[in-house]
Design a protein around this ligand. Structure first.
Ligand code: PLP
Length: 369
């Protein structure tokens, strides 16, 4: 067997139960202005920033399956970790609270953001999450391999209180901790099917999907969807935190685990995993002029806000790849907006500083022409 119909793939996904956390389908439509300005392929957007849970984002789709697992396993506390302004931790805290589970968030300071209650950290606080802030190096990210050791004290503290913790891997992506199925990626196989249905209603044949990629679950899930439906759609991940070689391996592992978990009879190939790491620049969460410009261009032309850590960088990638001519004019490219917009606020100083130089260049260019 080499490909499945939409309903066959849906049936495979339905073998995993989930909690309802999001509004679906999230909007899908064409970015008319951006398509015209870039003069390249036809650009569509999938608004997964509008999932509806705690300001929205891709993590809430993943959490539908992960919350189910947390409840099935009878946990009363969920322990997870990520960077200080993590979207994952915020969404986890919101979902956990909704189901009466206590969230403990271990937040690592990885770049120069103030430790003040702003953006996601403000919302973590308002949600009453148990927040533990720790230091990590600048641009450093903590991976699953180290996390269990780094968080051992928190886990034993919970157990000593006679409570049962669920240890959730970063981003809900890689199997590990208490999660033994790539549940986050399964959420994104689901998202892929949803998007393809919306596209076909509009009579649009999708050629390519592009999105910000960080812990790998989103890309693995979208890639499984694309391969399972067998239409040769390229899924391009713009890496925001890791160099290409090791990141491809990470996505590849989650991809294979997802194919196995869904019992799909497809030929999964390493080549299906397409990663660009050239927009990573100074590293995770560090905003540069290109990111600030991409945010401005998208806001000014489409009235849509991207975030500075993930989707802004992905848009830098999309704009650059269009310029490099990797897409044909008649091709349809879907940009997945994966959320994260609350991070605009704690990054305001850098964004304003960079936006000033952007406006200045813009004025200079106009004078010259
Ligand atoms: C986590 C996140 C991503 C990346 O998704 P992964 O599944 O971790 O690769 C992209 N965009 C935003 C806004 C995110 O919060």
């Amino acid at each position: 067997m080499d490909s499945y119909s939409i309903s066959e793939l849906r049936d495979k996904i339905r073998n995993y139960q989930k909690k309802d956390l999001i509004q679906r389908p999230t909007p899908f439509y064409k970015l008319e202005n951006l398509s015209r300005i870039l003069g390249g392929p036809q650009i569509y957007i999938k608004r997964d920033d509008l999932t509806g849970l705690a300001f929205g984002g891709n993590k809430s789709r993943k959490l539908e399956y992960i919350m189910q697992d947390i409840l099935d396993k009878g946990a009363d506390v969920v322990v997870t970790w990520a960077a200080l302004q993590s979207n994952w931790c915020l969404q986890m805290a919101a979902a956990a609270k909704k189901y009466g589970i206590k969230p403990i968030l271990v937040l690592f300071k990885t770049y120069d953001l103030p430790e003040e209650y702003d953006g996601n950290l403000l919302m973590d606080y308002l949600l009453g999450a148990d927040i533990r802030i720790r230091n990590a190096g600048k641009g450093q990210i903590i991976r699953e391999e180290e996390a269990e050791e780094l968080l051992a004290d928190v886990l034993s503290e919970v157990k000593q209180q006679g409570l049962k913790p669920y240890f959730a891997p970063i981003g809900g992506s890689m199997v590990g901790g208490s999660m033994d199925i790539p549940l986050g990626a399964i959420g994104y196989v689901d998202a892929y099917v949803e998007m393809i249905e919306q596209a076909s209603e509009l009579g649009v044949e999708v050629n390519c999907v592009l999105h910000a990629s960080g812990s790998g679950g989103t890309q693995a899930g979208l890639t499984v969807g694309a391969v399972a439906l067998g239409k040769k759609v390229r899924v391009i991940g713009i890496s925001v935190s890791e160099e290409k070689k090791s990141y491809c391996e990470r996505v590849w592992k989650i991809y294979r685990d997802t194919v196995e978990a869904l019992h799909l009879d497809v030929q999964a190939k390493l080549n299906d995993v397409i990663v660009h790491d050239e927009y990573l620049k100074e590293g995770y969460g560090i905003i540069n002029k290109d990111v600030s410009e991409a945010i401005r261009i998208t806001a000014e032309n489409e009235g849509i806000f991207l975030d500075p850590v993930y989707t802004g960088k992905a848009m830098v990638g999309l704009i650059d790849l269009v310029k490099k001519g990797i897409f044909k004019k008649e091709e349809n490219v879907v940009f997945f907006h994966t959320g994260g917009t609350a991070a605009l606020f704690p990054n305001k100083h850098n964004l304003i500083r960079l936006a000033r130089s952007y406006s200045k260049n813009f004025v200079d260019q106009r004078k010259r022409s």
